[in-house]
Ligand binder design. Structure first.
Ligand code: SF4
Length: 452
């Protein structure tokens, strides 16, 4: 590290400590000071839109302000660690390292790694690929530790667990939080294994945030996940809230539940439950047993798109719409562009929905995986469409994934019932054709607004 780097890092460390003191109390006084500090240390243009949105929120005291106040109610230790790990390590320092390495190596280097600690699950939800995978596969503690060590060398400080039910391995997950206190861990979970003891563990390690699956109100949730699950989930949320722990919700919209889960009533319900963020996913027809009829129609997808954007202006919850938000990040984020997925068998997939690969983390390094044929093909072909409402090489451009898989010789990593790319993409052809006119119209609207 050169003298300049050392000086810069010392200045950054001092700034982080000042920022943390601003975070400790009195948001009205301190958030503007914090924003000045962020401006001073941010590269030109870095999240300019978001930064000005935060400033406006403070001025207008609207929904974003209410969200900031809710963040101030969190356990101070957990909030500080989140700020250090997520903002400073993963986003400021980490992104700079990722960019340098990506340029040097001519490949994608992601911001986050998604991984399945286990394929086991304690529930058996209809349509869930985890249930279909059987229940025998695990990444060992050593496997995950090695992935994180390699990731940190590449500037990756964000790790997201999916599965299976990750909390089946909750003791190991807490150990990993302790082993890597500079990383932030987020876990998709059905929440049924969150209890008083686990909340205490989360308070102890400070760097673990659950994203709890909810399919809608009680009846819709339990018809997919099983009777009594909704009650357990809301009990877990109440426990987390009681301990001032942060959590979010993940919700998959389908042709059946889209109306409920994008409704104002559901947004208010999530806020009442104490969620700080919600991550919406579009139903994907992945797997030989998938049900294409669950894919939303163009009208249904447009309803979700418009409602989520509308509620961003009025509700005190941070919402992400995985399939409709590509405009904010320049298209498909898979193949290591912003993230990749490692399943419980160690196969390195480009995306949690795209189960094809040329490599397994037991036989290669993370960097070798990023340079493997399918990952390189993602790197060379992204974005897959200039219309950011048609970002996916499977869902909206099904011919693209078939080409990539064929050209790279990638194999199916579905362990239960391998599915060919042709079979998968065939299910999306009609969907893609139906969605195109709406997507083109909505994208036109977006471009017009931007140019005003
Ligand atoms: S492959 Fe498709 S689902 Fe996965 S990140 Fe890219 S656009 Fe999204």
């Amino acid at each position: 590290m050169g003298a300049m780097d050392k000086a810069k890092r010392a200045a950054m460390a001092a700034a982080v400590n000042t920022a943390l003191s601003y975070l400790s109390k009195d948001p009205e006084q301190n958030i503007p000071k914090l924003m000045d500090l962020v401006d001073r240390f941010s590269p030109d243009g870095w999240y300019e839109g978001q930064r000005s949105a935060i400033r406006n929120a403070i001025r207008e005291k609207g929904n974003w302000w209410q969200l900031i106040e809710r963040v101030y109610e969190l356990d101070p230790g957990v909030r500080d660690v989140f700020f250090r790990n997520f903002i400073v390590n993963a986003s400021l320092n980490g992104s700079a390292i990722q960019e340098d390495i990506a340029k040097r190596e001519n490949c994608n280097v992601p911001w986050a790694v998604l991984l399945d600690p286990t394929s086991a699950c304690n529930l058996h939800c209809t349509g869930c690929w985890a249930a279909e995978y059987g229940n025998k596969l695990n990444l060992t503690l050593e496997d995950i530790d090695s992935i994180i060590r390699q990731g940190k060398e590449l500037g990756i400080y964000m790790y997201i667990y999916t599965g299976g039910e990750p909390l089946v391995r909750k003791a190991d997950l807490m150990k990993l939080c302790e082993m890597h206190p500079d990383c932030e861990f987020l876990s998709f979970t059905n929440a049924t294994l969150i209890d008083e003891d686990f909340c205490r563990e989360m308070l102890r390690v400070k760097n673990f945030i659950p994203a709890i699956s909810l399919e809608g109100f009680e009846e819709a949730n339990d018809s997919r996940r099983g009777p009594g699950v909704y009650e357990k989930v809301t009990h877990a949320m109440a426990l987390l809230k009681e301990h001032n722990l942060p959590f979010g919700i993940s919700a998959c919209y389908t042709s059946v539940n889209y109306n409920d889960i994008s409704s104002e009533k559901f947004f208010d319900h999530m806020i009442d439950l104490g969620a700080l963020f919600v991550w919406f996913f579009h139903y994907m027809p992945v797997g030989n047993d998938a049900v294409p009829a669950l894919m939303p129609t163009p009208e249904q997808r447009e309803t979700v798109y418009r409602r989520i954007r509308g509620f961003r202006e009025t509700k005190a919850i941070f919402s992400l719409d995985f399939q409709n938000d590509a405009e904010y990040i320049g298209g498909c984020i898979a193949g290591g562009r912003h993230y990749l997925h490692i399943n419980a068998n160690g196969d390195v997939d480009p995306c949690v929905f795209i189960h094809y690969s040329n490599c397994n983390i037991h036989d290669c390094t993370l960097m070798e995986a990023l340079k493997s044929p399918l990952f390189q093909a993602y790197h060379d072909n992204q974005p897959f469409n200039d219309n950011m409402l048609r970002p996916c090489p499977m869902l909206e451009n099904p011919e693209r994934l078939q080409e990539l898989v064929k050209a790279t010789g990638a194999h199916s990593t579905d362990l239960q019932s391998p599915e060919s790319a042709e079979h998968l993409c065939e299910k999306c052809v009609q969907y893609a054709a139906n969605w195109k006119p709406s997507a083109d119209r909505l994208w036109e609207e977006t471009l017009e607004k931007k140019h005003k």
